[in-house]
Structure formats: C-alpha cells, structure tokens
Write a protein that binds this ligand. Structure first.
Ligand SMILES: Cc1cc2nc3c(=O)[nH]c(=O)nc-3n(C[C@H](O)[C@H](O)[C@H](O)COP(=O)(O)OP(=O)(O)OC[C@H]3O[C@@H](n4cnc5c(N)ncnc54)[C@H](O)[C@@H]3O)c2cc1C
Length: 445
C-alpha cells in the first residue's frame, strides 16, 4: 500500500516557507507515480514534486498535492563498461556516492552538500566547482519523465531528443523525473587542500588558479583581506582515514560557527570582528581521499542564501565591487562569500547556458535581517548579467528571466506542449513562467 500523508505541514530545509498540502504521496514504483498524475488530472489538482527540500525558493510550495520520491530510490544498475549508473529519481546524492564508491566509481563533480535527491539536484542545475565540469544536470545522459498525461517518456540525445535540453533543468514543471542515467568516472584519489592567501595575491593569480586546478573555489570574508582557497586535484597518494578531518569540520564549521553566528545575531556590530577572526583562523590543510568523502560537508548552521551565475570574465570586477559595497554600506554579515567556477552547457534553463561561469553565493545567518544585503548583492549581479540559481533566493521577474535566457520562450512552448493544463505549476511558478505577459511584451516590441 502506498503511503499517503494528510494534514501534515511541510517545511523546506531553510524554513523560508511552509505548505499545508491536502496530501503527500510516497509512491514506490514508476507506475504508482503515473497513476497519481492521472488521478490529479481527473480531480483537477496541481502537483509539486519534492526532492530533499533543500531549495530556498518557493518551488515546492503547495496547498494541493505533493509527491515525494523518497520511496522510489536506489541504484538500478551500474554499467562499468560504458561508465554509467542508472538511479531512481528520489535517490539521495550521498547514497549514489556510497554505492558507486564501493564499485570504484564516482560522479565527476558534486556540490558542497550531498543530501539532495538526484532529481531535485538536476532540476535546479545544482553545481560544484571546476571549469572542466558542467553542473550536475550535465551528468544526466537519459531521464525518464512521467508527463502530465501520465505517460512515461524516456528522454536522451537520441530518444525524444527534442525535449532533452529543456528537461534537464526544468524545476519539476515538465513532469516528474522518476529515473536517471548518469555518466560516471573511475573514482580517483584526490588531494584536498585549503589555504589562506591575501586578496592581492588572489587577484594576480586568479586565472592560473582556475585553470590549473581540477576543482578550485574560494571564500571572501567580509571586512577582511584574507581569502580561503580550496583545491582538489587527482593524487597518487593513498587515501587517508578522514575521521579527524570530519571531526574538525564538524567542530569548526558547524558547532563553533553556530556559536559565533549566535553572537552576531544578538550583537550585529560584532559581525566585522567575527568575520575577520574567522578569516584568520583558516588553517593550512591537506588530505587525500576518494571523492564522495571529500566534496560534501555537513551544514548544520541554518542560513538564507542568494547565488548568482555570471560570465567568468566578470568575476574579478564583481568581487571587488562586493567587497567595496559591504564596507561602504556596513552590512552586518559574517558569512563568507563562496565563489565557484562551472563550464558552459547547452541546457536551456541552466544558469551557465552557453557561458563559462562563476557562481557567487552570499549567505545570511537565519534570524538576521538579509533583505538590504541581498538587495545590494543582487544589484551588483544584475550589472554583470547575472542569472540567479533557481534554488536560491532572488527577486527576478519573468520578463527579466526572458531576457537572461535566450531559450526561455522555447522552454515555455515545450512546457505548454507537455503540460497544457499546468498540472505541475504552483502560484510561484505561474508567475515566474507566465508566458502571457511575455507574449504581450513581444507584441509591444
Ligand atoms: C545547505 C545547502 C547547501 C547547498 N549547496 C549547494 C551547492 O553546493 N551547489 C548548488 O548548486 N546548490 C546547492 N544548494 C541548493 C540545492 O542543491 C538545490 O536547491 C537543489 O535543487 C535541492 O535539491 P532537493 O533534492 O532538495 O530538491 P527540492 O529543493 O526539494 O526541489 C528542487 C526542485 O526540483 C524539483 N524536483 C524534485 N524532485 C523532482 C523529480 N523527481 N522530478 C522533477 N522535479 C523534481 C522540485 O519540484 C523543485 O522544483 C544547497 C542548498 C542548501 C540548503
């Protein structure tokens, strides 16, 4: 019997919104997903699919029906010869990593947490860092989509190929991704290094750091000239036991950071001092391990976040402006700003569509005012043609999105074809993907 919950309040991880859906369904087979969709169409209900609820935006808000694929999860098969793995849509990334790791394989790149569902990560263009690699959606070579008609549609570059570039980053608006085939690599041992450098050194060496490291990211600390840089490169070293490394991470980046964040919340004037203190405490670390043990770290301190994707060539002027703006406006923020690099791709709604990109993420501790800070950061990102991360907070209208994404109108026509009665939209997405406004705008032009 399929599990169905009624009368439950559903909250996302960041608790930026909550929903009181009529029902939450937990199907455990693809056929059950298809049956729910057909019933929704008959009863005139909207459906939103939840992954792990790690998006900050109101993507999965619903007062009608929610579907969770938590029970439709796990590895279906690993094809070692062709370097692929096929997993069900609800599978969490840590599960994919652990199972692949046992067989000597891994995903080529990951973000900084691994608790998302694979379908949820793909649907928002979740990314890691490293200019040789696209976002996680680009790892998907085939997906199986349950459409609004309840049909199970395989989509790849050779099957139903007209939908491929639209479906991979599609926010759950074209159907429900029930299964995915991902390309994988033989799992290398990586050397992870973290170090502290001056901003002036970063400026001089930025291009070289980006180009010469397989995975490179850096953190700007508000009010500080010290930068944390992190790299991961393939190494011939033997993998180490990471217990101490994980323990240190838990202690410093979670428990201690939580205490410091509470001090900032209660005494916002301490933000400047605490940010500087944090920047000074970045130690030199080097550790060798397999990828699924290294990419992700636990995130126990709750925060709000905006993240923008800008063309890579604007990275340096953008971060200079961010540093100046924080100083000038005296923003009360102690969370470091995370900067990562991602290769261009062809996915229509991917923020890195057709451009090698830098992602800049700004966080604010939960409970502290974030509006002015995020507003100022968003203005800077707009200047540099920034496209917002779909899962992170932003204030862009659908007209603006239309101008930012050359294939936005094509995406909307596929949406209208696959879901003509808007079964998969909630109010938030109806506004964001409102093609009537766009049609009027085009007429005026
Ligand atoms: C602490 C934290 C750290 C993060 N780190 C990163 C990072 O390093 N890099 C990065 O890019 N992002 C990061 N994110 C954002 C996060 O990766 C994305 O928001 C991601 O989409 C969340 O996946 P999820 O499984 O929680 O999906 P949800 O947030 O539950 O859903 C996201 C979208 O996917 C859709 N969806 C879910 N399942 C399906 C399905 N089966 N079929 C169709 N659509 C579906 C939903 O309808 C929704 O539109 C982070 C978020 C948090 C809270």
């Amino acid at each position: 019997m399929m599990k169905i919950e009624q009368g439950r309040t559903w909250k996302n991880w960041a608790q930026t919104f909550e929903s009181q859906p009529e029902k939450i369904f937990y199907p455990s087979s693809i056929n059950e997903v298809s049956t729910i969709v057909k019933e929704a169409a008959i009863e005139g209900k909207n459906i939103r699919v939840i992954g792990a609820g790690h998006s900050f935006t109101r993507l999965v808000e619903s007062d009608e029906w929610l579907i969770s694929l938590d029970a439709l999860s796990g590895i279906e098969s690993i094809d070692k010869d062709n370097g692929t793995v096929t997993v069900f849509g609800g599978t969490r990334l840590y599960h994919v990593g652990e199972e692949l790791g046992k067989q000597g394989f891994s995903q080529e790149n990951l973000g900084d947490i691994n608790v998302q569902s694979i379908a949820g990560a793909i649907s928002t263009g979740t990314h890691g860092t490293g200019l040789q690699f696209g976002n996680i959606s680009t790892q998907a070579i085939k997906i199986w989509l349950v459409t609004a008609a309840g049909e199970i549609l395989p989509i790849s570059k050779t099957e139903n190929a007209q939908y491929y570039n639209a479906c991979l980053v599609s926010l759950g608006t074209l159907g429900i991704i029930v299964k995915v085939t991902l390309k994988i690599i033989e799992s290398p041992v990586y050397e992870y290094k973290s170090d502290q450098i001056e901003f002036s050194i970063l400026k001089k060496n930025l291009t070289q750091l980006i180009e010469s490291n397989r995975h490179f990211e850096f953190y700007l600390f508000p009010y500080s000239d010290l930068i944390q840089i992190k790299t991961m490169n393939i190494s011939a070293q033997k993998p180490k036991n990471l217990r101490l490394h994980h323990f240190k991470n838990l202690l410093l980046e979670n428990y201690l950071f939580f205490i410091l964040s509470e001090v900032c919340r209660l005494f916002p004037k301490t933000c400047r001092f605490i940010s500087r203190l944090s920047s000074k405490s970045v130690g030199r670390t080097s550790i060798a391990a397999h990828s699924y043990q290294l990419f992700a770290t636990p995130r126990m301190v709750k925060f709000r976040e905006i993240e923008y994707c800008i063309p890579l060539e604007h990275l340096l002027p953008a971060i200079q402006e961010i540093r100046e703006c924080i100083e000038e406006k005296k923003h009360k923020v102690h969370f470091p700003i995370e900067c990562r690099m991602v290769k261009a791709d062809d996915l229509w709604l991917s923020p890195s569509y057709k451009r090698d990109s830098a992602y800049i993420a700004c966080h604010m501790y939960k409970g502290m005012p974030y509006e002015d800070y995020f507003h100022d950061m968003e203005q800077i990102m707009k200047k540099y043609d920034g496209r917002p991360h779909w899962g992170k907070m932003h204030n862009r209208s659908n007209n603006e999105l239309y101008n930012l994404y050359p294939k936005f109108a094509d995406f909307l026509s596929i949406k209208n074809e696959l879901d003509p009665y808007e079964l998969f939209l909630n109010g938030y997405l109806k506004d964001l993907l409102n093609d009537k406004d766009l049609m009027n705008m085009k007429k005026v032009q």
